[in-house]
Design a protein around this ligand. Structure first.
Ligand code: FES
Ligand code: FES
Length: 154
C-alpha cells in the first residue's frame, strides 16, 4: 500500500495497512510530530489533514486514507521556511504545547478555507481541539496572527 503524504509517496507494508494512521505515522514512517492524546476522537491532538480536511488520525486506518492527500506537521514548512501558522505558534507558544500540533493542523485547514476570519469564526473553528492548559486566548491570537502573515499584512 502507498500513501500520498506530504507531497511524496510513502510505502506501507501490507501487514500494517489496517493499523491506525497515527501508528503508521509514528512506527512505520517515524513521523512523530502528530501527538497521541485521548485516543478516543475528542481531543484533536492527533489531527492531520486529508484533502485539507482536519481528521483524527487515532480514529482512522491508513488504508482508509489511501486515496487522499495527507499532510502532517512535518509537511507544512517549505524548506527552511515555516508555514505561517507554525511561525505564529513559534512566536507565541502555548504552555506544555502537547496540544499544539493539533491546533496548528486545524488552523491550517481553517485558514485555507477562510483566510480573513474574525475572532468568533476562529473560536468556532478551533473549538474542535482541546487544550488542557487552557491556552485558548493565545490560540485565537496565534490564528489571527497567522491569517495576517498568510495575507502579507505584517
Ligand atoms: S488522540 Fe485522537 S482525538 Fe485525541
Ligand atoms: S498547552 Fe498544554 S495542553 Fe495545550
Amino acid at each position: 500500500m502507498q500513501l500520498k503524504l506530504n507531497g511524496k509517496t510513502a510505502a506501507i507494508p501490507d501487514d500494517r495497512d489496517d493499523e491506525l494512521l497515527i501508528w503508521t505515522l509514528h512506527d512505520t514512517l517515524e513521523l512523530n510530530g502528530t501527538r497521541y492524546g485521548c485516543g478516543a476522537g475528542w481531543c484533536g491532538s492527533c489531527t492531520v489533514l486529508a484533502d485539507n480536511v482536519a481528521i483524527r488520525s487515532c480514529q482512522i486506518s491508513a488504508a482508509q486514507v489511501v486515496d487522499r492527500d495527507l499532510i502532517t506537521l512535518e509537511g507544512l514548512a517549505h524548506g527552511d521556511t515555516l508555514h505561517p501558522v507554525q511561525q505564529a505558534f513559534l512566536e507565541n507558544p502555548l504552555q506544555c504545547c502537547y496540544c499544539m500540533t493539533g491546533h496548528i493542523m486545524t488552523a491550517v485547514a481553517f485558514l485555507n478555507k477562510n483566510p480573513n476570519p474574525n475572532p468568533a469564526e476562529i473560536d468556532a473553528a478551533m473549538d474542535i481541539n482541546l487544550c488542557r492548559c487552557g491556552g485558548y486566548n493565545n490560540i485565537r491570537k496565534n490564528v489571527l496572527r497567522a491569517s495576517k502573515l498568510m495575507r502579507g499584512q505584517v
